[in-house]
Design a protein around this ligand. Structure first.
Ligand SMILES: Cc1ncc(COP(=O)(O)O)c(C=O)c1O
Length: 394
């Protein structure tokens, strides 16, 4: 049988990146005691009041069809939240509710780019970005996020990658996998480049509420002079430890959401009212559970730094999010070799940096979403393995 080209474009993305993680899972299923820090899932349940709200809404019959944009109460709650955040009036018609940030990214890219267009994305990048860009038929152009700049995208590096085909810059701050948080000045500088070249800015803000104490979140959406060209996407997956509910949204100009609406309607035929009720409650105030998680993740990142940063390993301190990245280049191994041998010899699963882009070749990504004792044990195993490698090199 013949299949559409999209299935070919997506078939080579995904699989290989997750090799070490999938191997760790298979070994665990076969009874090997694996310590797995390869993916980031919140290690707390969602707040009980959210579960109560979803359950009560379901029992009250909130399981009928919705509309394509989102339930009115959720749209109102989102409008109030973003009006507070941006300091400008953001109306309910500037949103489209979608199942998670992932679907919001997919739908937005489908609405904004097509075959031949170039999408500029910081390298390293979240593992699904290549797929959502390829699904729309466009091409990823990696913009190096340099370790010496704390993995913050520099406007000059962005400008150097622009061609006549550039159409959109996809920003992700706080950043997965590096935990970098762009400053307002950096966002404004990137915004100036986007304005000069008439680019869209798609801002993935799923980790907004997981910024560590003392750090400040900045968004291009909050810059009034960029408003017409910015679309922000987010969800309650990370902020409320609720990824399985698949509840997210995008926010942009009314013109953009009018264009997006038929795309969303065609894909989904509306959202789930009982999940919308829960989400309306979630977004009506800053997330308390996010503060708890951010505190824990910051502490675990400090622990990793204390235990591992030294002679031949470097731990990059994240400013937000669920991960820390570790530079293992001094061992002479690639991130892929290091992660595979770590799994075989120490039964520890972490992601090789190469899964996130060329810039992270020779790095590891370690999830901070496991208890402190597991993080400490993981550090001991990484240290033991790297010491063995260094001794072997003589
Ligand atoms: C940067 C980034 N964007 C999007 C997502 C997907 O989030 P959601 O569960 O809201 O679809 C993730 C999940 O890990 C992520 O790390």
């Amino acid at each position: 049988m013949k299949y559409a080209a999209i299935t070919d474009r997506l078939s080579t993305l995904g699989g290989a990146k997750w090799d070490v993680h999938l191997r760790a899972r298979a070994m665990a299923a076969a009874g090997v005691p694996i310590l797995s820090l390869s993916i980031g899932e919140p290690d707390l349940p969602p707040p009980p009041e959210l579960l109560d709200r979803a359950q009560a809404a379901m029992m009250a019959g909130r399981y009928t069809y919705s509309n394509g944009r989102g339930e009115p109460a959720l749209l109102a709650a989102l409008a109030a939240r973003y009006t507070r955040r941006t300091g400008r009036e953001i109306t309910p018609s500037q949103f489209v509710c979608l199942p998670g940030t992932q679907t919001a990214l997919y739908a937005t890219l489908l609405a904004l780019v097509g075959p031949g267009d170039e999408v500029l994305i910081g390298d390293p990048m979240y593992a699904t970005y290549e797929g959502v860009v390829a699904a729309a038929g466009a091409v990823v152009v990696p913009v190096p996020l340099r370790p010496e700049h704390g993995f913050h995208m520099q406007a000059a590096d962005l400008a150097a990658c622009i061609t006549p085909r550039s159409r959109l810059v996809l920003l992700n701050s706080p950043h997965n996998p590096t935990g970098a948080v762009l400053t307002r000045a950096e966002v404004q500088a990137i915004g100036s480049v986007a304005r000069a070249h008439d680019l869209w800015i798609l801002s993935d803000e799923v980790y907004e509420e997981l910024v560590f104490d003392g750090e400040t979140f900045a968004s291009p959406l909050d810059e009034a002079d960029l408003a017409e060209r910015v679309v922000a996407v987010s969800s309650i997956s990370k902020s409320h430890a609720a990824p399985g509910f698949r509840s997210g949204w995008c926010v942009g100009s009314e013109e953009f959401t009018e264009r997006l609406l038929p795309v969303a309607e065609t894909m989904l035929f509306g959202n789930q009212p009982f999940i919308a009720d829960m989400t309306a409650l979630a977004v009506s105030a800053p997330s308390q559970v996010a503060r708890v998680m951010a505190g824990r993740f910051a502490e675990r990142a400090r622990l990793m730094h204390q235990m591992l940063d030294g002679n031949h390993l470097r731990v990059h301190k994240p400013a937000a999010g669920m991960f820390a990245v570790v530079d293992v280049r001094a061992t002479g191994l690639s991130g892929v070799e290091f992660a595979n041998r770590l799994l075989d010899e120490e039964h520890l699963g972490v992601m090789p940096g190469e899964s996130f882009g060329d810039v992270l070749a020779g790095w590891l990504r370690v999830s901070l979403t496991r208890p402190d004792a597991e993080i400490a044990e993981a550090c001991r195993r990484i240290a033991a393995f790297s010491t063995r490698v260094m001794e072997g090199r003589g």
